[in-house]
Design a protein around this ligand. Structure first.
Ligand code: ATP
Ligand code: MG
Length: 394
């Protein structure tokens, strides 16, 4: 009997059906666009964002710890870094934290937030003041602001302004003008006192690389050191930093700075990796297909009977042709393997895995770490990297 073709059992997402996301800048998540409200709906509408997010184990635990620290629990870390992870959901994780802290208890209704709250042992995530610094966006020559807002020339001026408006910015206005990193005393003052604070920094290497010749990367280093120190001394301030820049050329100067920042953050914050190898297929199929409410309690997609039947036929074939499939393929658990990857063939994902392992920038992940992702940022058109840019390392 004929099998149901994959495109009848799995509906590609609207943006893909209409071809609107073939421009990578539309396709991927950009934190500054989420903050400014001009990101695609999937990212800026929090309910939609959570519906399309696969909550990996690490994502749940980092979000839970962040929520606890914002609630005043000092037994969990105040600072996190996603330094060793290349691709695979850094910006997605930062976006998730932003939506949670920005909306507080209103987040309780969104898909999966109950899992985060259960893990945190909280009734709600507290609403916090938030600041987002994106290294690919911020420009210390032209600054940000105008139209009635002060012009901010530095990461600390920008973060202070986002957290506490003019009042906080005025405390670092001179540091901003002189491009000197504020000390801990000043940072403590510019943090709003009446609410928790969440500070998110993405793509730092891009900024470091562009502004190194002005000495700004050294000042950013000092700022990060002081900021992480202050966060750990406060009850309800959380700092989350991602350094890697996907498309930056790793010149020796960049390698050197990358090493310095990585060391600093490894000393002062908790290293986290958002996705594990087993999460790849789940993340990819959510990014590409619409599943509606077909989700199991463990967060994985629930396939319909046509898809399961297809997986069974493929699995039966594998079991009876074991000698024709690679030895590492779990032939005895073929049904599970096909269901976990559907509508992709698991060997397709594996081919990508091995190809990407050969790329130098993936060599930098920690052993055992895996990250799978799609093109992000205003980068290469997706056509050049289709169907997926999965990055992994075994
Ligand atoms: N847990 C997840 N659930 C659903 N989609 C995800 C998840 N993690 C990542 N994605 C999606 O995968 C894509 C890549 O993720 P993201 O841009 O966060 O990776 P990144 O680590 O920031 O990559 P880069 O190093 O290129 O900046 C995005 O479209 C993102 O929305
Ligand atoms: Mg990113």
């Amino acid at each position: 009997m004929a099998l149901t073709p994959w495109h009848k059992a799995a509906t590609p997402r609207q943006d893909l059906r209409e071809g609107t996301s073939l421009d990578a800048s539309q396709f991927a998540v950009q934190l500054n666009q989420v903050r400014d409200g001009n990101a695609p709906e999937d990212y800026k509408n929090p309910a939609q964002f959570f519906e399309r997010t696969y909550l990996t184990k690490n994502l749940i635990s980092m979000a839970a710890e962040t929520a606890r620290r914002l609630s005043g629990d000092r037994t969990v870390s105040a600072a996190y870094n996603m330094v060793t992870q290349f691709g695979g959901g850094k910006t997605h994780a930062l976006t998730l934290l932003y939506h949670l802290a920005k909306n507080g208890p209103a987040a309780n209704e969104w898909t999966g937030v109950n899992k985060i709250l259960d893990a945190a042992g909280l009734d709600a995530v507290p609403k916090a003041a938030t600041a987002i610094f994106v290294g690919t966006e911020f420009d210390s020559i032209s600054g940000r602001g105008g139209d009635g807002e002060p012009i901010r020339m530095t990461p600390w001026g920008e973060i202070a302004f986002q957290l506490g408006g003019m009042e906080s910015f005025s405390l670092v206005a001179e540091h901003d003008r002189e491009h000197v990193a504020p000390g801990g005393d000043v940072i403590r003052k510019f943090l709003p006192k009446d609410k928790p604070c969440l500070i998110l920094m993405d793509e730092l290497m891009n900024y470091v690389s562009r502004f190194r010749k002005y000495g700004h990367s050294d000042q950013l280093y000092d700022f990060l050191q002081n900021l992480s120190g202050i966060a750990s001394g406060q009850d309800n301030v959380v700092l989350v930093v991602s350094i890697p820049a996907s498309d930056i050329e790793m010149t020796s100067a960049n390698e050197h700075d990358y090493g310095r920042f990585k060391k600093l953050l490894d000393r002062n914050s908790k290293a986290v990796i958002m996705s594990a190898k087993s999460d790849t297929a789940e993340i990819i199929r959510r990014r590409l297909f619409e599943w509606g409410s077909r989700v199991n309690p463990d967060g994985r997609i629930r396939l319909d009977k046509d898809a399961i039947k297809t997986c069974k036929v493929y699995a039966d074939w594998v079991r009876s042709h074991k000698n024709q499939v690679p030895r590492w393929f779990p032939a005895d658990h073929a049904q599970e393997a096909f269901e976990a990857a559907y509508p992709f063939h698991p060997l397709v994902l594996s081919v990508f895995e091995r190809k990407w392992q050969a790329l130098p920038r993936f060599q930098r992940s920690e052993p055992g770490a895996f990250s799978g992702s799609w093109p992000s940022g205003s980068r290469k058109p997706i056509r050049r990297t289709t169907p997926a840019r999965i990055r992994m390392r075994s």
